[in-house]
Design a protein around this ligand. Structure first.
Ligand code: AHG
Ligand code: MN
Ligand code: MN
Length: 349
């Protein structure tokens, strides 16, 4: 039997091994481990996530130097298909995701918040049967004030040939996503993803240039006393949402948290519990957020972590869009808190 000092040495060695193992758990290695095989699809998924990680690193690098460079901040003067003023960072990040998938043989088509129609990479199409759906910069109103931002992504298998360029095969429920996640540009850059086998987070280690595993199989708390909503819209909501917010006001212990970038708000909810809402308004009954590249990928993450996402009546992942840029109300987060909002919508209390 080992003496006490020998045992202590063994424990130290084991701890050192564990920390080295963790340092070596990069995103692409993790995806392969998750797939539990080295099939063509597993290799594809790992390579896809690797390219998305590269896009995240490029965006993070530019954001980290934004105040030191010309032409990074501010508006372009254009208005996008959503009717929203475009920021220079929206354009840059949109192009980054296209660039990283050129000559990859992986993605044939990309659809984004910033493009009216999908972007095709013809040289990838005979082999690359995947489509990337993405919101290049989420929370762009935070760009010029050095606050948190995000990118949201989802990968779908391309069904059919899409010969007429209408991308009709994308108009199916979010259950068809094969991978989804987000990148959070905060004090550190994090990438959170799922391929339907739990939710895993990674932190960018700038000294290595790699996303290294932070937490595996994340679980959302079943309840959290945080609600996250833009209360400036109070008088534009339906009475049921107003009643829910009045309930929160008179219940002790609740805190309001709203950053203007739902990736960061929903990341907080994932880690600490609570609910994020973007309800419909009188002017916009479907709200602001888009189904295919904002709410469905985030719903997939939160559901995989044990939470829920709904439009108030139906699970977000069961909604079938009728157009590429379709919007939907969103209530997402801890199961108990989402149920509470639902009960106000469906029963009035
Ligand atoms: P985007 O920057 O991609 O248009 O998305 C912004 C979204 C979301 O991130 C955020 O929670 C919400 O819009 C903020 O909108 P309001 O200013 O209307 O609250
Ligand atoms: Mn967005
Ligand atoms: Mn955006």
């Amino acid at each position: 039997m080992a003496s006490l000092p020998q045992q202590a040495e063994l424990f130290e060695d084991e701890a050192a091994d564990r920390s080295l193992d963790r340092d070596c758990t990069t995103l692409s290695r993790h995806v392969l481990q998750q797939c539990q095989n080295f099939s063509a699809e597993a290799q594809d998924l790992s390579a896809l996530m690797n390219r998305i990680a590269l896009a995240g690193k490029l965006v993070a690098r530019r954001l980290s130097r934004a105040g030191l460079m010309e032409g990074v901040l501010g508006f372009t003067g254009e208005v996008n298909v959503q009717g929203e003023s475009v920021k220079k960072m929206d354009v840059y990040a949109n192009d980054v995701f296209i660039s990283v998938f050129k000559q990859s043989g992986l993605v044939c088509r990309l659809a984004s918040e910033e493009m009216e129609k999908p972007y095709y990479i013809p040289e990838n199409c005979p082999i690359g049967r995947y489509t990337l759906l993405y919101d290049p910069i989420d929370g762009s109103s935070n760009t010029d004030t050095n606050l948190s931002l995000g990118s949201i992504f989802a990968i779908r298998k391309q069904e059919g040939d899409d010969l007429d360029g209408q991308a009709k095969d994308l108009l199916v429920a979010g259950r068809n996503q094969i991978a989804a996640g987000y990148i959070l540009y905060g004090p550190s850059t994090m990438l959170v993803y799922t391929i339907g086998k739990g939710v895993h987070s990674f932190t960018l280690d700038p000294s290595l240039g790699e996303f290294i595993l932070t937490e595996e199989n994340m679980k959302i708390p079943s309840h959290g006393a945080v609600y996250s909503v833009n209360e400036g819209n109070f008088w534009q909501w339906d009475e049921s949402i107003r009643e829910y917010v009045r309930y929160v006001h008179r219940t002790e212990g609740y805190s309001a948290r709203y950053s203007g970038a739902m990736v960061s708000d929903i990341h907080r909810v994932l880690v600490q519990g609570g609910v994020f809402l973007y309800p419909g308004t009188i002017e916009k009954p479907d709200g602001k957020l888009r189904l295919l590249y904002e709410t469905a990928p985030l719903a997939y993450i939160i559901e995989q972590a044990g939470g829920r996402a709904t439009n108030g009546h139906k699970n977000i992942l069961d909604l079938v869009p009728s157009k590429l840029h379709q919007r939907t109300p969103l209530i997402i987060g801890s199961p108990q808190d989402v149920a509470k909002v639902e009960s106000f919508i469906q029963n009035g209390h």
